[in-house]
Ligand binder design. Structure first.
Ligand code: MN3
Length: 225
């Protein structure tokens, strides 16, 4: 339950298995997409990240979050690679955890539901904002529901490529992948359809636990374990 107290994972980073079958999110996210996305794309980010870090043993005790937070301090020869490949690993590792089979019809719960009502007016208004933001985002990137660490307010935003919100003093709660590899096999150019289907595969218990943990600890807790 208190994920933050676990020893952070460090180099060499490894791909953890999906917590469900490749076809478990059908028909909303198809099995072929899940298999390629997890086994090929996510693995490639990890492989390239490890290759970049291999010659820098002084960085081998850093978690992926620490590496991204300190990216401007890293050797210039690997700085961009760690930002790109490390960001890819960081986001995908979290993305798999917020997905859940059999979640069609599920809604935000607990403190998360209250915060959504407070900051967006309603769940439907939040969903509209999330889908609009993701649909309008140009090219690759991620769409986020974040909590601002300063005031606890929720916000929807998007960022390009694998840029994280770590350096913005924001904590990601719900994220969705806007890269074409996340949806093109099934949805082709209909990114909005993909984003709307996403509501059927969300582990709201996990997302709410993140927010409640943040409120409880008052810490800038780690997104990835
Ligand atoms: Mn992806």
């Amino acid at each position: 339950m208190i994920i933050e107290t676990k020893k952070p994972l460090t180099y060499p980073f490894v791909l953890t298995p999906l917590p469900f079958a490749y076809d478990a999110l059908e028909p909303y996210i198809d099995a072929a997409t899940m298999r390629i996305h997890h086994d090929k794309h996510h693995q490639a980010y990890i492989t390239h990240l490890n290759a970049a870090l291999k010659g820098y043993p002084e960085l081998h005790d850093f978690s992926i979050e620490e590496l991204l937070r300190r990216s401007n301090e890293l050797p210039v020869t690997i700085r961009q690679t760690v930002h790109d490949q490390g960001g890819g690993h960081f986001h995908h590792q979290y993305f798999w955890k917020i997905l859940k089979p059999g979640a069609a019809g599920a809604k935000p719960i607990g403190a998360l539901a209250q915060a959504i009502a407070r900051d967006f007016g309603s769940v439907d208004a939040f969903k509209t904002k999330f889908v609009e933001t993701g649909t309008k985002h140009f090219a690759s990137g991620w769409v986020f529901l974040v909590v601002n660490q300063a005031d606890g307010k929720l916000e929807v935003l998007s960022r390009p490529d694998h840029d994280s919100v770590l350096l913005e003093k924001k904590t990601a709660l719900l994220i969705n992948d806007l890269w074409e590899h996340a949806y093109y096999l099934k949805y082709q150019s209909d990114r909005a359809d993909y984003l709307n289907a996403f509501w059927n595969v969300i582990n709201w218990e996990y997302v709410n636990q993140r927010l409640e943990s943040l409120h409880t600890t008052k810490e800038q807790y780690q997104l990835v374990t």
